[in-house]
Design a protein around this ligand. Structure first.
Ligand code: HEM
Length: 250
């Protein structure tokens, strides 16, 4: 990973003058600015820092979005009615053309499906926090310094919050948006919350929408009889024995 990051950074450094319109370009540019301002290369980021930043984005952004797409395929393979509704919407918006940004923002059914997939299978299953001052939470006193772990998987499957059908795939829950589905409570946090909320969430939605729209335009798919449902609760949450799907060209 380090070697492939290094080669990307090298290429980007050589092409610096051609623009800074991607994340790596912006990072490099801001680091050069800092060095220029202080006249000293002790300022700005070192190559090691760049590699760490790139690894962070790669690890935080690649597998999580891949798993959103994988679970979506599994669930749409099991629920052909929702697959057909998603395809109808995609064909209505794009026909057979390549998805564009305006159209992606109009994909309501697809968004509802992603929301429900992230409820049932949040790629990151826990959020970690630290209590900074003594805090009363209901009847519990949490002393300053206590580490807290919020279990998204349990919260997203809680029948008291989501109803008796909490374990079922029902994208219609999100028909009127997330806050309506959660009745205004913070009980749905696939991207975390507060100041450290995932910075890639809009990008992840766009990326997954492009991929799903292009798949739906070309293929119909169903779950294979060899698929064994065994979500693996490592990070990110993924099908332990793979997602066996049968695709047919439309
Ligand atoms: C479906 C896809 C994704 C999911 C479910 C997801 C989920 C999360 C979660 C739960 C957190 C922790 C937030 C918190 O503690 O409150 C997080 C943080 C983060 N995510 Fe994502 N993420 C996704 C995609 C991405 C993408 C595509 C990128 C970047 C391109 C990204 C970059 C980050 C970064 C940098 C952080 C750390 C933010 C910070 O600590 O300030 N994520 N993500």
């Amino acid at each position: 990973m380090k070697a492939s990051m290094m080669s990307m950074i090298d290429k980007r450094m050589i092409a610096m003058k051609t623009g800074k319109d991607d994340l790596l370009g912006i990072l490099l540019d801001s680091s050069y600015e800092e060095i220029k301002q202080h006249g000293n290369s002790n300022f700005g980021l070192s190559i090691e820092d760049f590699i760490e930043e790139c690894k962070h984005f790669y690890l935080a952004g690649q597998k999580t979005t891949k798993d959103l797409l994988v679970w979506t395929m599994v669930l749409l393979g099991q629920h052909p009615d929702w697959q057909a509704r998603a395809r109808d919407e995609v064909l209505l918006v794009f026909g057979k053309e390549k998805p564009d940004i305006n159209g992606l923002n109009r994909l309501k059914i697809v968004s509802m499906i992603f929301n429900e997939v992230l409820r049932l299978y949040p790629p990151i299953k826990t959020l970690e926090r630290m209590v900074h001052e003594d805090t009363k939470l209901g009847n519990i006193i949490l002393p300053a310094g206590s580490p807290l772990r919020l279990h998204l998987l349990l919260m997203h499957h809680d029948k008291e919050i989501w109803g008796d059908d909490a374990k079922e795939f029902k994208p219609e829950r999100f028909f009127e948006g997330v806050s309506n589905a959660t009745k205004g409570q913070s009980s749905y946090l696939p991207f975390g919350g507060g100041p450290r909320i995932c910075i890639g969430q809009n990008y992840a939605y766009l990326e997954a929408k492009v991929a799903l729209a292009m798949i739906l335009q070309e293929f119909c798919f169903e779950i294979s009889p060899s698929y064994s449902h065994a979500p693996h609760t490592i990070i990110p949450l993924q099908p332990q024995f793979g997602a066996h799907l049968i695709l047919r060209k439309l």
